[in-house]
Design a protein around this ligand. Structure first.
Ligand code: C5P
Length: 222
């Protein structure tokens, strides 16, 4: 793509998992590696955008010319994103935990007689970062991901409309050669007219450059 395609534009990317603490030594998280979000941030910086990358705990180097903000929990991620607003474009690639433990125990939970048979951990809903930002009066051009194991296009389209997005990138995480932690990806992008554009299996870096070009084109036409 043209190197100045997104010059003068501010792009916010969320990436990686979130980590939700149970007590000082335990937490709940997921298998997101952050690779797709980091590749998108890198491609957008190459396209000339000013990029803020808000990332959960991952083991990845920061791409050149990208401003990175590290966070732990979903609530931290929302606060960091709100602090980075306004932006022109938002790509939400983070795998945000839907629920967090209702209370974080101040001390390590012990195996005591009351938990011999098992224990219950009460969880409460986390905020939806993407939906929150996509519904602000100063909403950016908003792009989400739908990682699904079944009914991919139907669930993705529903998410696009429910969260008030401009585009949604659907990927089939039931296929182990693409998606979570894999080096490759293959995705479909769905727009508000429910038109689907396919990007066939390729490295996450290659898919990211194709997606940034596609998103920039739609954003500049909007
Ligand atoms: O509803 P679901 O989690 O499948 O939606 C996925 C999309 O929403 C992704 O783009 C993800 O980054 C975003 N999301 C979010 N905050 C949440 C849950 C999901 O930003 N709490």
């Amino acid at each position: 793509f043209r190197s100045g395609l997104l010059s003068g534009r501010h792009l916010l990317v969320t990436a990686g998992p979130t980590q939700e603490n149970i007590d000082p030594v335990r937490y709940i998280t997921n298998h997101s590696s952050g690779k797709m979000g980091f590749a998108l941030a890198e491609a957008a910086a190459e396209a000339g955008a000013r990029v803020t990358l808000v990332s959960g705990p991952v083991h990845l180097p920061t791409p050149d010319r990208v401003e990175r903000v590290d966070v732990v929990s979903a609530r931290d991620m929302l606060a960091a994103c709100e602090a980075a607003m306004p932006c022109d474009l938002l790509i939400a690639a983070a795998a945000v935990a839907d629920y967090r433990p209702e209370v974080v125990a101040p001390h390590k939970l012990k195996k005591d007689p009351s938990t011999v048979d098992g224990m219950l951990l009460r969880m409460v809903r986390n905020p939806d970062i993407l939906a929150t930002l996509a519904n602000r009066p100063d909403r950016p051009f908003s792009v989400g991901f739908a990682a699904e194991t079944e009914n991919l296009l139907e669930y993705a389209t529903r998410k696009l409309l429910d969260k008030n997005l401009d585009l949604i990138i659907a990927n089939d995480v039931a296929n182990p050669s693409i998606g979570f932690n894999a080096e490759d990806n293959a995705v479909s992008v769905i727009d508000r007219a429910q038109h689907e554009t396919r990007f066939g299996q390729a490295s996450k870096g290659h898919i990211a450059r194709q997606l940034v070009a596609f998103i920039a084109d739609r954003f500049l036409k909007a």
